[in-house]
Structures are given as structure tokens and as C-alpha cells.
Design a binder for this molecule. Structure first.
Ligand code: HPA
Length: 375
């Protein structure tokens, strides 16, 4: 098997130069670097990453802890993370904490013991132990999808977001999609179709995404001049079965809603099951708008009007934040928010050509905000 010394000899450079090319530890002139890469290729040299880690104290690996990996939203995030990590020469170690705080703490410790260079985590609703561990060990971490730190002017106060805000420095880098304004948009859209009783199937309490979508629901009602009725806000716990029960509860009210919003893709499936079991049809009996678009949302009949999250971009952005943190450990923490897209179809009750329903020339999908907010 070819060694580093063989590569150095073939490229006419020192072993140290080969090492700098492989580890990125010093700048190397482009033609020298190319000679080393050519020699590596010609000799079929395979670097021993374990030996390299002993020298650099870096493993060029990222730990990714994301619950519900089978959910298409998180699967797409994972694809975004994987592509960006690979481009930067990093491999991934992946764990699914199943939204269980104890399991989460355990898998993060295991990833840390494998000496990943940093972690990307979609935290559970109760991340205090996890955050304590990451702080004690100084693990470079980016929080994804669910906010932990809600401390800047741009962020929402904890009471509003429902986020398990963790007090005290240091703050963490975070990336998530906009949640409140897109949810409000769904509500005002339904109100614009003359619905006066609009329900929300909300997610798992304690997640920032849940809190923000609830706030968006209430903002949307207020913007449409509708009273908030607490009976129309039910928790589907972010999963299909919970949403099935929650939808049945809404339908069982003496004065049930005529339209409702589901706060994620899994809950949309549960809600549709409950409706089917009761023989109700969308949108004739109830209009429906969903947070989360997914590949087959336009194959349902009716086709689902939805908010599409920039899932791949969320994953890629998380990697960029982590690489910036690794390159500059003392840089100020950042929170990046990415815009969502309103995908206008027909489950809201609009006709097959939705452009006409919202005014001539309006597009079938529109971006809710133009830029990610960086704080
Ligand atoms: N957060 C945000 N969007 C989602 C989630 C989540 O946990 N699950 C499905 N869509």
C-alpha cells in the first residue's frame, strides 16, 4: 500500500507538504497542491484518517442528531446537510433521538465520544440537560429547526415562542425557517374565503416551531378581525396519531370549525385520516391548509394548499454555520431564519386555477419573505 512518503517522493515535495495538502493546515501553492493530488491519484494513496486525527485533533466529521429522520421534512434537511458536508470534506455520523430528552442527551454524548468536530442538532422540547452537556464540553454546535436561544432583538421572547429558552451565555448558532408569518398567511387566506371559525392542529408543546405557529395562527385571526376561540386550538403533538385524535375532537365540537390549519406534514396525514373516517370531504365540508409541503401533496384530491419550508437549504446553512464556528470559535453566535413559500392549490376551497381566486395574475406560489434574517 502506498505511503505518504511515496506520495512525497513522486510529487517531489516533502512529507510535511503532503500533510498540509491533506489536512489543510497551511496554504500550499496551487501547482504544488495539484502535483500532490496527482501523485495521490496515480499511486492510489488512501489517507489513514485515524492517524490524521491524532495529528490534527480533528476527525473531519459532523454529528447530526435529528428526531423523526423518516419524516420527509427531516429527510430533506439531511440531504442538504450531507451534500454541504461532503463538499467541505466532512463525513456524517447520524442519530435519531426520537424527541426524547434522555435519549437525546445519550446520543449526543456518544457522538461527542466519537470526537466529531461539531454537531448539528434539532433539539427536543426539553433540551436543558443537552445544552448543559454541550456547554460543559464546549462542543461546537448548531441548532437546527427548533430555537434554543431566543435572546436577541430579532428573536421572539420565550413566552411567545414556547421555546425552551436556556438562559446564560454562551449562545449557540441556530438556523430555522420562518414559522409565524407563513401560518398567519394560511389563516388569512382561509378568512379571505369567508371562513369565520378556523381551527389549528398544533404541534408538540415546548418546541419553538409550535410556539411560533400558534402565534402566527393568532396573528392571522387578529389580522382578519376574527376572535380567538381557545376551543379551536388543539394539540396534535407533532405526529399523525395525535392529529387524528385532535381533528376528531374539533369535529365533535357543538360549533365545529369550517376550516382548519395543520401545523406539520405528519399531522396533515392524521387529520386527513380523521376526516375520512367521519366521511367528511375537503374542501366541501371543511377547508384545509397545511404547514409543510411534500412530494405527493399535489396528488391528493383536492391538492393540498401548503407552506413549503426550504428544508435542503436549512441543512446546507447549518453546515455553513458550523464550518464558520470551527474556523472562528469566538465569533458571535448567529440566528439565521429562512423564508417559506406559499403553495396555492385547492384544499383551501379555491378553484383549480388559484391565480384567479387571489386576484388576476397572482402566482400559484409566492415567497413569504425575501431574505433570511441574520441576527
Ligand atoms: N419542525 C418543523 N417542521 C416540521 C417538523 C418539525 O419538527 N416536523 C415536520 N415538519
Amino acid at each position: 500500500m502506498a505511503t505518504m512518503a511515496d506520495v512525497a517522493r513522486s510529487a517531489g515535495v516533502s512529507v510535511a507538504t503532503v500533510s498540509h495538502v491533506l489536512n489543510g493546515t497551511r496554504p500550499v501553492l496551487p501547482h504544488t497542491r495539484q502535483a500532490v493530488l496527482d501523485a495521490i491519484d496515480a499511486l492510489g494513496y488512501t489517507p489513514n484518517t485515524l492517524a490524521r486525527s491524532l495529528v490534527t485533533s480533528r476527525t473531519r466529521s459532523i454529528g447530526l442528531a435529528v428526531s423523526a429522520i423518516s419524516n420527509p421534512y427531516f429527510t430533506e434537511i439531511l440531504q442538504g446537510v450531507e451534500t454541504a458536508a461532503l463538499e467541505a470534506g466532512y463525513s456524517l455520523l447520524i442519530a435519531d433521538p426520537h424527541d426524547d430528552p434522555r435519549h437525546e442527551r445519550k446520543v449526543v454524548q456518544l457522538l461527542h465520544e466519537r470526537r466529531v468536530d461539531g454537531m448539528i442538532i434539532a433539539p427536543s422540547a426539553d433540551p436543558h440537560d443537552l445544552v448543559g452537556y454541550l456547554r460543559r464540553h464546549g462542543v461546537p454546535t448548531v441548532f437546527l429547526d427548533r430555537l434554543i436561544d431566543t435572546g436577541t432583538a430579532e428573536d421572539l421572547p420565550p413566552a411567545d415562542t414556547g421555546a425552551a429558552a436556556v438562559s446564560g451565555a454562551p449562545r449557540f448558532d441556530q438556523v430555522c425557517a420562518e414559522s409565524a408569518a407563513p401560518t398567519a398567511r394560511l389563516v388569512t387566506h382561509l378568512a379571505g374565503r369567508r371562513h369565520r371559525r378556523i381551527g389549528l392542529i398544533a404541534g408538540l408543546p415546548g418546541l419553538s416551531t409550535t410556539g411560533e405557529r400558534v402565534r402566527g395562527y393568532r396573528d392571522g385571526l387578529a389580522a382578519a378581525g376574527l376572535e380567538y376561540d381557545a376551543r379551536l386550538l388543539v394539540s396534535g403533538n407533532s405526529e399523525s396519531e395525535g392529529a387524528e385524535r385532535a381533528t376528531a375532537a374539533l369535529l365533535g365540537l357543538p360549533d365545529p370549525p369550517t376550516a382548519f390549519v395543520t401545523a406539520n406534514n405528519a399531522m396533515t396525514i392524521g387529520a386527513l385520516r380523521a376526516l375520512r373516517r367521519q366521511g367528511r370531504s375537503v374542501p366541501d365540508d371543511l377547508a384545509l391548509c397545511c404547514f409543510d409541503d411534500f412530494a405527493w401533496a399535489d396528488l391528493f384530491s383536492p391538492r393540498l394548499t401548503a407552506i413549503a419550508q426550504p428544508s435542503r437549504e436549512l441543512g446546507a446553512q447549518a453546515v455553513r454555520l458550523l464550518l464558520d464556528r470551527l474556523a472562528e470559535p469566538d465569533r458571535p453566535a448567529r440566528t439565521v431564519r429562512l423564508p417559506c413559500t406559499f403553495v396555492h392549490r385547492t384544499s383551501c376551497g379555491c378553484p383549480e386555477e388559484p391565480g384567479r381566486a387571489e386576484g388576476a395574475g397572482s402566482p400559484a406560489s409566492s415567497t413569504l419573505s425575501e431574505k433570511g434574517t441574520v441576527s
